[in-house]
Design a protein around this ligand. Structure first.
Ligand code: ZN
Ligand code: ZN
Length: 288
């Protein structure tokens, strides 16, 4: 659709979009990119799987006692649950009320997790572009980002066989908001398109989600079996999805992979927070 390298009209360059699969999963809850309201949450976790019934029962009891803190949604996780509340609500009030309920704090730890900073991708960046100082260049070349040098971190380029590659960045929520408003973003020699990029941790050897490839101690899993049929190892071993596992384990066709994407989005703060993400210790080693 939009080509970052081929036109003059600045308004055509920019396609700030959340990929379709993300959009779909949020369609019933929050407006696209309006994720801030859901970014604050309380996580209740325990070593054993927490009974959702107990959480629901507790909330019912709090309501009966006059607790009016609004809740956007409750998500069950492997070891507990995530409660999301609107930004304007006082999350500590709710946390204390949950903590003061004896039965719930006995089986779970109740805390507010640190939110993740958003990740984005610069599309089709010329491979000749120096990535070591790209964060500074972006701030020099785009006036809107003048104060964001320490709020943009270049993570890595995506593999590519052409003369350009996509470059993944982590940005502070405040920088994310600015970039979201910009029509296009300039590197040293290009104008490029920016998109959201949700990073999922997944081992590319055994395709499990709880460790990365370097840490893997498992045997290499072949996606394409001896019968020449694609099989997702994760769905194949899953009660609910094993009948429908003829897809790659590392793309959005896989419901378990999609689930990981959504969990990452739920943990990410897309606005309202302003902080540096390049630590002061690593600043001194920067080349500029
Ligand atoms: Zn592995
Ligand atoms: Zn799958």
């Amino acid at each position: 659709m939009l080509k970052p390298n081929s036109g003059e009209s600045s308004s055509l360059y920019f396609a700030y979009c959340i990929p379709q699969f993300v959009r779909k999963s949020f369609v019933n809850t929050k407006p696209i990119l309006g994720l801030a309201a859901t970014d604050r949450r309380i996580t209740a976790g325990s070593s054993q799987s927490m009974e959702m019934a107990q959480l629901n029962e507790t909330i019912k009891k709090l309501r009966e006692n006059g607790c009016k803190t609004k809740i956007n949604n409750i998500y069950k996780t492997k070891k507990g649950a995530i409660i999301k509340v609107p930004n304007e609500e006082n999350i500590n009030t709710l946390m204390n009320q949950l903590k003061n309920n004896g039965s719930l704090s006995k089986i779970s730890k109740i805390y507010t997790p640190t939110p993740l900073d958003p990740t984005i991708v610069l599309k089709s960046v010329n491979k000749s572009t120096d990535l070591s100082n790209l964060n500074s260049v972006l701030c020099d070349m785009n006036q809107e980002l003048a104060d964001c040098k320490y709020k943009i971190k270049i993570l890595f380029p995506m593999k590519s066989n052409t003369s350009s590659h996509d470059v993944v960045l982590r940005v502070a929520p405040s920088a994310y908001e600015i970039i979201k408003r910009m029509k296009h973003i300039y590197t040293i020699s290009q104008v490029v398109e920016v998109r959201d990029k949700v990073l999922v941790r997944q081992c590319q050897t055994c395709f499990q989600f709880d460790h990365n490839t370097k840490m893997c101690t498992n045997q290499k899993i072949n996606i394409i079996g001896p019968d020449n049929i694609v099989k997702c190892v994760n769905c194949n071993g899953h009660n609910k999805f094993k009948e429908n596992s003829n897809h790659y384990p590392n793309n959005r066709e896989c419901p378990l992979y999609l689930n990981q994407i959504n969990r990452t989005i739920q943990r990410t703060c897309y606005n309202s927070l302003d902080h540096d993400i390049i630590s002061s210790s690593s600043r001194s080693s920067e080349s500029d």
